[in-house]
Design a protein around this ligand. Structure first.
Ligand SMILES: NC(=O)c1ccc[n+]([C@@H]2O[C@H](COP(=O)([O-])OP(=O)(O)OC[C@H]3O[C@@H](n4cnc5c(N)ncnc54)[C@H](OP(=O)(O)O)[C@@H]3O)[C@@H](O)[C@H]2O)c1
Length: 240
């Protein structure tokens, strides 16, 4: 998938990885719709800023109508702090599933016809190594990312016929404020040597998309994937 000359839409572009992806897309010569549910927070010269809440069908439909030239859809936005499954607040658990799974699915359903009209293009879903190995304190997020992994595999099969590349970016740990706040709140040690900077991950993601990769891993997620051949594990962050 050629990035230069393409038209990309990124969800959650006001901060974190979404901002880094939108920045790198612009640097590589794409037209970029930088979307956020609070568009006034997007500070990205050269991008077209759109208001978009991925959990609101009317908002998603409006974005699809406004951005009919999109040929790369990047589902990055997510609410990540759902707590644990058994003891956590059920509304937060639902909110995590709502953004990670149903939000991404709502976007894909709205944009699949747009991509088809524009030659097929590509969808990049931002998953997590937590889809494969979880950590105590946020197991609801891991479950939602597992569901989004299944969604990504399913949509890849469904959209092959319209020539849409459906790819998964699977980060391990990204050095964003959200991760650091979570680790502090949980009293978890972060393996600093495994953290990847958002800008470096954005470059890896777009290199993978340009190469046509269906799965884009960083060093930590590559290790996590190997464990799928064995018994299910939890991440022991202290020992990584
Ligand atoms: N950080 C990590 O270690 C890590 C590791 C693996 C995977 N990931 C994944 O990487 C992606 C980005 O993570 P990050 O750390 O960059 O996240 P982040 O800094 O917490 O940013 C999350 C973004 O998603 C937006 N968002 C949340 N709910 C939304 C909704 N309903 N509609 C539209 N936008 C919404 C947020 O908007 P507001 O500013 O309005 O809240 C924000 O822009 C996520 O999919 C995450 O699951 C992260």
């Amino acid at each position: 998938m050629e990035i230069a000359g393409s038209t990309a839409l990124v969800t959650g572009s006001n901060r974190g990885l979404g901002l880094a992806l939108a920045t790198e897309l612009l640097r590589r010569g794409a037209k970029v719709y930088a979307t956020a549910r609070r568009p006034e927070l997007v500070d990205l010269p050269g991008a077209e800023v759109l208001s978009l809440d991925i959990t609101d069908q009317a908002s998603v439909d409006a974005a699809a109508a406004a951005a009919g030239d999109v040929d790369i859809l990047i589902n990055n936005a997510a609410f990540t702090d759902g707590g644990n499954l058994v003891t956590g607040d059920l509304d937060r658990i639902r909110a995590v599933m709502d953004s990670n799974y149903y939000g991404a699915l709502t976007m894909i359903r709205a944009f699949a016809p747009v991509l088809a009209r524009n030659g097929g293009g590509a969808i990049l879903n931002v998953l997590s190594a937590a889809a494969w190995n979880t950590v105590d304190g946020n197991t609801s997020y891991a479950a939602a990312k597992s569901a989004e992994w299944g969604l990504t595999n399913g949509v890849r099969v469904e959209l092959a016929g319209q020539n849409t590349l459906v790819s998964a970016l699977v980060p391990g740990l990204i050095a964003t404020k959200t991760l650091r706040d979570f680790a502090t709140a949980q009293g978890l040690p972060l393996p600093e040597h495994l953290l990847i900077e958002p800008a470096a991950l954005a470059r890896l993601a777009l290199d993978g998309l340009e190469a046509g990769d269906v799965e884009i891993l960083d060093p930590m997620s590559a290790e996590a994937k190997k464990t799928l051949a064995g018994p299910s594990l939890a991440f022991d962050l202290a020992s990584l």
